[in-house]
Design a protein around this ligand. Sequence first.
Ligand code: ZN
Length: 648
Amino acid sequence: MANQDTGRRLSASGAQAAAGTIASAQGDGVAGRSGAGATGRVAPPQPAEGEVVTGPTARVSEGGPVAADQRPRRRLTTRLGRLLVDNGLISEEDLEAALEDQVESGERLGHYLVERDLVQESDLIRLLSDQYGVPAADIEELQVLSSLLELVPAEMARRYLLVPVQVDDKVLEVAMVDPTDVVAMDDLKFATGLRIQPMVASERAVTAAIERIYGAQDDSQISQMMDDLTNELNAPGELEIVDTDENIDLESLSQASGEAPVIKLVNLILTDALRRGASDIHIEPYEKRLRVRYRIDGVLYEIMDPPKSMQNALASRIKIMSQLDISERRRPQDGRIKLRVQLEGRLRELDLRVSSLPTIWGEKIVMRLLDPEGLMLDMTKLGFEPWSLQRFKEAIVKPFGIVLVTGPTGSGKTNTLYSAMGNINEPSTNIMTAEDPVEFNLVGINQVQVREEIGLTFAAALRSFLRQDPDIILVGEIRDHETAEIAVKAALTGHLVLSTLHTNDAPSSINRLVDMGLEPFLIASSIQLIQAQRLVRRVCTKCRESSPAGKEALIDIGFSPEDAENITVYQPVGCNECNNSGYKGRAGLFEVMPVSESIREMILNRAPTSELRAQARAEGMITLRESGLAKIWQGITTVDEVLRETVA
Ligand SMILES: [Zn+2]
C-alpha cells in the first residue's frame, strides 16, 4: 500500500475486511504453487526441443492462432522422434502413437515419452546432450546465488524453461529444456551481458528447479505483502470456480493444497471488488510498480499496489483461472471465469470476463465482473421519465420496425436492451440475439456470440437469423453499411429489430445512418424510435448535503428562474456507505425520439439534425440534459454529474 496520492484512493479497510472469504476448490488446483507450477501442464508449454503445439491453446483475440510457427516445430519433433528410434530408445510404433497423442495433449514429445515411461529420462538427456554437443546439467540439488537470481528473473526462467547454474569468467551456464533455443539465449545474453553456455536438462528437472529456487523467493515477498495487507486471511470461506470446460490436472490439484499467497491475493481482490460493487478490476504493470484499480459506478479508484515482483505470478494465476495460455505473453487473450462466492453470508454466482494485453511493462489484466444481480431488468427503475418510458414501451411491442439505443460505451445500452427483451420475452415469441460479447444469459432467448475472426459478423448472424423464423432480433451494434442494410430488410419483412449505434444523441442517429449509406426512404420506413442514454452517479443519500449552488449557475445549466429559486441541489460528501466517494449506484438519463409522421417526412427530405431535434422537441421529446435536470430536481444526482454527461 503506497502513494496516497489521489483523492480517489479508497481506504484499505475494505480490503482487510473482505478477508479471505474464499478458498477455492478447483481453482487452486489448477494453479500449482505460486500459479507457476502449472507451467508445463495446464497450458500448452513453450516450444522447445520441437513439438507441434496444437493443444487446447487459449482463445487468441487478435492476430489469429499460432499457426505460423508450427512448421519448424513439426520438423524438430520429427527429428527428435527419428533420433530416438535410430538409437533404439523407442519403437517406430510407439513414436507414431506418441506423436498422434501428443498433438492432442499439447505436451512436448520428450516430456510426453518420459512421463509415460516410454523413455528413461537419463537416456533422453544423454541423447540430447550428444546430439547438440552440450553438457547435461545435474540440477536436482542446485543451489543458486541470489545475485544470479536477480540477473535472471523468474519471469524469464519460466518463459523459456531454464535455470541459471553458475557464472564463470563472464560465461553464464544455463540448464535448458531446449538447448537450441536461440531466442532464449539471445534474450538471456542481452539481459545479463554474459556469454551463454547452454546445458541440457529434462523438463521435469527444470520445472522443479524453477519452483524450488524462484518459488521460495516469490513466496517470501508475497507473504510479506500479504502480512502488510491483512492478517485476517485465514478466515474460512468459499470461492469455487464452476463450469470450467477443461480437465483439471489431478496432480497439480494435490500440489496446490499449500494455498500460495498469490492465490490468496487474487481471491482477496475478487471478493473485495465484489463487495464494493466494482464493475471492473484493472491490474496494471508500470516500470516500477504494479497497480490495482477498481471501476465503481463508472469511475476508477486506486485500491492497492502489490509488489512489482508479484506481477507475473498474479497474471499467471488469473490466466489459469480463466483457462488462458499462460505461456503466451505477447498476444492479447480473452477468457472467462465463472465463480461462486460466499460473501456476507450469501452465495453469489458471478461471471468474469478476463482480458490480457501485453503492454511495454508486462501484461495488463482487466476483469469485468458480470454480476447478474447488477443487471436491472425492471424498466420502470432505469430512470426513464414517464413520457419517455411510455413511448419506448409502445415501440418495443410493435410487430416490426427498428428500435435503436444509442450512446457511448458504458452508457448502459446493454442493460436497457436486456430489460426491453425481458419485457417482451414470452413463450410465443422467438427472440434471437447476436452480441459481442454475450454478457448475460437470458432464459428463453437464443443468444449468439459474434466472432469476426471466423466470419461470424453481425451481418452474417443477422442473415442466418432470417432463416430461423424469428419474431424479434437483437443486433449488438450497427456499425457498417452491410449490417444496417440487413437490419432494415429484417424490419421491413415483419421483424422487430433492436440494436445500438454510437451517436451522441437521438436525432443525430438519422444522419449517421445516412452516412453509412442507407437511403433516406429505407430509414424513414423502418425506424420506429431512437433512444439516447447516459449514466450518472446517484449521490449517496446517507451523506449528501445541500449545495450552495448559485441561482445563476442553475439557470445557466437550464433551470428556469423560478425552479432555480426553489430547488434543493445536493453535493456529494462521503461516508462508509459509499466508500467515501459520495456516490452510490447509477441512474440513466434518457432521450426518446419516436419517429412520427412529420419526422418521417423530414427524413425523406434529408433534413439536418438540428431541424430533426427541434421537431422532436416540439412533439414532446425530453433531451438528455432535460432528463438530467429532472434527476437533479429529484435529488438523485448532482449538477457536476449532469454537466459531465450532457450538453445543453
Ligand atoms: Zn455516503
